[in-house]
Design a binder for this molecule. Structure first.
Ligand code: 6PG
Length: 249
């Protein structure tokens, strides 16, 4: 399902509403809500809205566990850290117990940190399949998502839950969940905004085929609940039959 919003604010508002609805549903059914947070810039506003009333007051935050789909191997206080961004925009403003926050700690080598995150997840899920109630994802202009980068061996990984990747232009490695884990999520929500995403979004959504040209196309949740929230700029190359255009106020 694809929804096009007038601007990034209405996209963020709708994403926060969806988050809240998914929390209510999961907590009613299983008394907990497990979310994979996305990094980058796009989700920041959604996190800020969740940290404000009504969501701050209405969501049962004590039942929510926060995980990340990927992380950059930088110090925690580095502004490029995905966990640091979510901490500042959202987590610092919520009544949480430390054990509800499960960051990808990058204080060892990238591979050792990836292995430890996998071990943390296996421990948390106590041997059960890692099913997140909601996975938030962004989209890079090269079609990457999380840190599943074009051409990386991580795209083929079917056994390990985590992998290490690296972008040529960056001086740090990345740790990412692998597609089999992300695809276990009950709901996957892509948040895509800005004109720089228009070309790649259209290539992914206008004429989907079995062929995989971009890492984001590997995201096919087993539940089938894959949703795209975009703003008008990112959707500007979508053909009308692709996007269910809802002009949000
Ligand atoms: C990261 C993210 C990455 C991001 C996209 C979009 O660590 O960089 O996980 O997948 O979601 O690159 O980033 P923006 O939202 O900043 O455009």
């Amino acid at each position: 399902m694809i929804k096009v919003f007038a601007d990034q604010e209405s996209l963020a508002r709708a994403a926060a509403e969806l988050f809240a609805a998914q929390v209510r549903q999961a907590v009613a059914a299983r008394r907990r809500f497990l979310v994979l947070l996305a990094g980058g810039e796009t989700p920041r506003r959604t996190y800020q809205l969740l940290a404000q009333d009504p969501h701050r007051r209405q969501i049962p935050w004590g039942d929510v566990h926060f995980f990340w789909g990927d992380e950059r191997c930088v110090p925690f206080d580095d502004p490029r850290s995905n966990a640091a961004m979510a901490q500042r925009a959202l987590l610092d403003h919520l009544p949480l117990r430390p054990e509800q926050i499960h960051p990808i700690r990058c204080d060892r080598s990238p591979q050792a940190s990836a292995d430890r995150y996998q071990a943390d997840l296996i421990d948390f899920f106590a041997g059960a399949a890692p099913c997140f109630d909601l996975a938030l994802l962004g989209l890079g202009d090269d079609g990457h998502t999380a840190s599943l980068l074009p051409g990386s061996a991580a795209l083929e990984e079917q056994v390990n839950w985590t992998a290490v990747t690296r972008r040529r232009e960056e001086d740090f490695s990345r740790i990412t969940l692998t597609t089999p884990i992300i695809n276990q999520a009950a709901v996957v929500l892509f948040l895509v905004a800005g004109a720089d995403k228009a070309t790649v979004l259209a290539k992914i959504l206008n004429a989907p085929t079995e062929a995989i040209s971009y890492p984001a196309e590997l995201i096919r949740p087993r539940s089938g609940d894959l949703r795209w929230f975009t703003d008008c700029e990112a959707a500007s190359c979508l053909n009308t039959k692709t996007s269910k255009r809802e002009k949000e106020d």
